[in-house]
Every structure is written in C-alpha cells, then in structure tokens.
Design a protein around this ligand. Sequence first.
Ligand code: AMP
Length: 215
Amino acid sequence: MIVILLGPPGAGKGTQAKRLEEKYGIVQLSTGDMLRQAVAADSDLGRRAKAVMEAGQLMPDDLMIAMIEERISQPDCRNGFILDGFPRTVSQAEALDDMLARRGLRLDAVILMKVDEEALVERITGRFTCARCGASYHDKFNRPKVEGVCDICGGTEFVRRPDDNEETVRARLKAYHEQTAPILPYYRDKGVLKEVDGMAPIDEVTRQIEAILAP
Ligand code: AMP
C-alpha cells in the first residue's frame, strides 16, 4: 500500500502516519524527519537543511527527490509506505509518479487532511514528541496518559522542533500555499485525492483514513 498524507504544517500528518504504520505494517517516510536526522548528524546536507528549515522554506526539489528515491529502494519499503511531507511541489509529485511507474508501483490514495488555518499556530507551537520513539503529543490537546511518560514506549525524554515557533510557522504556511497547494489539483485530476476532517479528534481522523484505505 502506498499512501500520501497531504495538508499544511500542523494538520496531523505525522501523528496519523505513525498510527497507519502500526496498523498496516508499512513504513512512514517523513522527509522532515530525514532532514532533522541530517541536522543532528551535522552533515553537509544537515547544515544546509538547518538554515532552510529555520527560515520555513523548502529544500531544493532535486535533493528531496533523490532522497526519497533512495529511501523507497530500501527493503523495508517492499510492503508499502506512507509519505509524510513529500511531495511538496508539483515537480516532486511528477518525479514521484515517474519513480513509481519505473518500479511498477501505483499510489493507493492521496489523503488531504483539511484543517482550519486559524487553529494551526496553536496546534504547532504546543506540540512535542517522544525523543525515543517519535510519538507525538500536544500541551493542550494530546498529553501523555501519565505525565512525563510516553504512552507508546515509556520514554521520559521529549523534544520540540526548533521550527515550531510562530514566526517560522507563518513562513511554512506561506510556503504551503504557494508551493504545495498546487499539488491538490494535480492529484484531483488523477482521481486519487480523498479528504478527511483534520479538525476532528485524533481517533476520528484515524477512523476516516482507515475507511478510505479499507479494501
Ligand atoms: P516537516 O517535518 O514535513 O514539517 O518538514 C520540516 C521542514 O523540512 C520543511 O519546513 C522544509 O524546510 C523541509 N522539507 C521537508 N520535506 C520537504 C520536501 N519534500 N521538500 C522540500 N523541503 C522539505
């Protein structure tokens, strides 16, 4: 199964991707996570990505396309994958089509998580993840069941993204509207675009996604 989760920053793509990963036994491919790993490793790519991410801008298409092509060639992607954060431009969407066609693969669904933009800044600035397993939480909307302990892995360390501040979020939203939203008509024309209500409670969003993916 190959699924793309689309939507502005803060729509809940990462949270839902993690749930689908478990349910369907397919891997989450988050280009944002890959870039954050490069930043942590302080590689050449990481140093470049750090500046771009802090500015809330997008990395160059050719780099991101090469990164995802290399990733989908790994054995753990054989059962399928959930793309979270890719494609983010029409060029990336076209390149993805191309690389899937060359492998004889096809997209099962492109799911747009529709959200009320007013809510996004609050959603993003309050979020944090488990440092060990990456499970996502929110100060107000989704706290761990036991304070300070990850529900999934029991980890006790949590991290916040440096680009989850109000100023960068506004730049990221602008990049979404200008560069990513044009992907929507691209997939709509192909008849693969589905929508879910990203403002619904997290379990309800999962239910809506599962209803789309159900055979
Ligand atoms: P995300 O974790 O998906 O919100 O991505 C964090 C940041 O990484 C974005 O704001 C971009 O700077 C960069 N990024 C992630 N994925 C892509 C992509 N497919 N194309 C360009 N830049 C990306």
